[in-house]
Design a binder for this molecule. Structure first.
Ligand code: F0G
Length: 425
């Protein structure tokens, strides 16, 4: 492993000494041996592309059975041609979010090093994922740190139900992450946040499945919500490695979408011009930004609670991804996020609020002419619709929302019910 900068480790492989398929299509052969747990997993059937784990140590629960779905309904909302918009439904993972892609990898590494206790800070999904893996693997126990603010009940209920020891810190996610990092360091606990580079190795496979869904063709755009910036970092690494290995001939463009109330990456990248700069980003820009944030006690604030993060730990790695993928960053309002989410719901599977940011971001980039109508766009839906029912019900019932679909209140009376039914002829 090599440090990228500022202490974050990065997994680097000696590819020339490793067996790598000559074509991505070779992975399709594993569809025929899906009774094998490693071939069934949507992460480990690509194991030659994350070759750090001895097969017998791998902790898998069948994660990554997720699909790429063409959605013309959402495509029209975004403003691209029919057939051009795809949604990658990562909410279909065992714990209901993309986190399982990374947690199977981190849990495997935890097992490799003999960890008995693991921990994470979370806005909800990481804790749900770690809790499920700790419970299923029976290799280690876990402690999760959550903030006291907006954690969605779907997520909190998972951590509690899967038996995680849950610490509710009097503070927000940024506070919880700072504390858990210090605690893990002091107490020798295995840390499962995305500062853990093995998490990102697992999350690379989301991109492999996107390519698979497109017949191994590279799309024009990957659009992803940005919180702690683990996903975007992992996606960039995945494409850089595939290109290095000669398995793809070009990289897609990457759009990372911040909530306007948690927009550190947008501010630094788009407003202040912070760049990867060959591994030497201008640290003084970052330091000054955080010092100002501290002085003003500015806290992240968005209804998309999963991405309510002001100090993204993977900032530097994300800059590398943006550099490799000719990336852009945008911020979108909570209203735009929830409208985007409602379109995903009306078009099919649904998603949690943070995931709606990718649709809202794609729409904005289309309006700005950055995305063309004929571009092939993949929006990553990071979390399941049922994670945050409160946000969904509020949107549909509180009035004034663009795509609200409120329940119709009717007396307990057959004739009056029929009166309404007839209107739907
Ligand atoms: N979408 C959802 C549903 C998430 O839960 C998260 C992050 C993100 C997007 C942002 O992804 O951090 O890779 O940029 N959730 C973390 C958690 C922080 O604790 O569950 P990122």
């Amino acid at each position: 492993m090599c440090p990228v900068s500022h202490g974050l480790l990065d997994v680097q492989y000696a590819w020339d000494k490793l067996p790598v398929p000559s074509s991505l299509r070779e992975f399709e052969q594993r569809w025929g041996s899906r009774r094998e747990p490693l071939d069934f997993s949507g992460v480990w059937r690509f194991r030659e592309l994350l070759p750090f784990a001895p097969p017998e140590q791998i902790v898998t629960i069948g994660e990554g059975q997720t699909i790429l779905q063409q959605s013309d309904h959402v495509g029209r909302y975004v403003g691209v041609n029919d057939g051009c918009l795809h949604l990658q439904y990562e909410g279909l993972n065992p714990s209901g979010s993309f986190k399982d892609n990374g947690m199977t990898a981190a849990s495997t590494h935890a097992r490799m090093v003999g960890a008995k206790l693991a921990a994470c800070a979370s806005t909800g999904n990481t804790s749900a994922s770690l809790a499920i893996y700790a419970g299923v693997s029976q290799q280690f126990r876990c402690i999760v740190f959550v903030g006291s603010g907006k954690i969605a009940y779907g997520k909190l209920s998972q951590a509690l139900d899967y038996g995680a020891t849950t610490l509710q810190i009097e503070g927000d996610f940024d506070d919880a992450l700072m504390q858990v990092r210090a605690v893990c360091e002091q107490a020798g606990i295995y840390l499962c946040n995305s500062v853990n580079p093995f998490r990102l190795e697992g999350q690379k496979t989301i991109m492999y499945r996107v390519l698979e869904g497109l017949g191994w063709e590279v799309p024009d755009w990957i659009v992803v919500p940005g919180g702690n910036l683990g996903n975007s970092s992992a996606f960039g690494k995945a494409f850089l490695e595939l290109k290095h290995l000669g398995l793809i001939d070009r990289l897609p463009r990457l759009a990372v979408i911040n909530a306007a109330g948690a927009n550190t990456l947008y501010e630094l990248y788009e407003q202040q011009g912070l760049r990867w700069n060959d591994g030497h980003p201008e640290q003084s820009l970052i330091d000054t930004f955080y010092a100002d944030m501290q002085a003003k006690n500015r806290r992240a604030n968005t209804l998309a609670s999963a991405i309510e993060i002001n100090r993204p730990v993977n900032l530097t790695k994300c800059l590398r991804a943006l550099d490799a993928c000719d990336g852009v960053v945008r911020e979108v309002s909570d209203e735009e996020i929830l409208d985007g989410k409602a379109q995903v719901g009306a078009g099919g599977f649904g998603c949690e609020p943070a995931s709606g940011a990718s649709v809202a971001g794609a729409k904005l980039l289309r309006q700005q002419g950055v995305i063309a109508p004929s571009d092939r766009v993949v929006c990553i839906l990071t979390g399941h619709q049922l994670k945050d029912p409160t946000a969904t019900v509020n949107y549909h019932t509180q009035g004034g929302c663009r795509a609200a679909n409120a329940p119709i209140v009717v007396p307990n009376d057959f004739e009056q019910i029929m009166e309404i039914i007839r209107q739907f002829g």
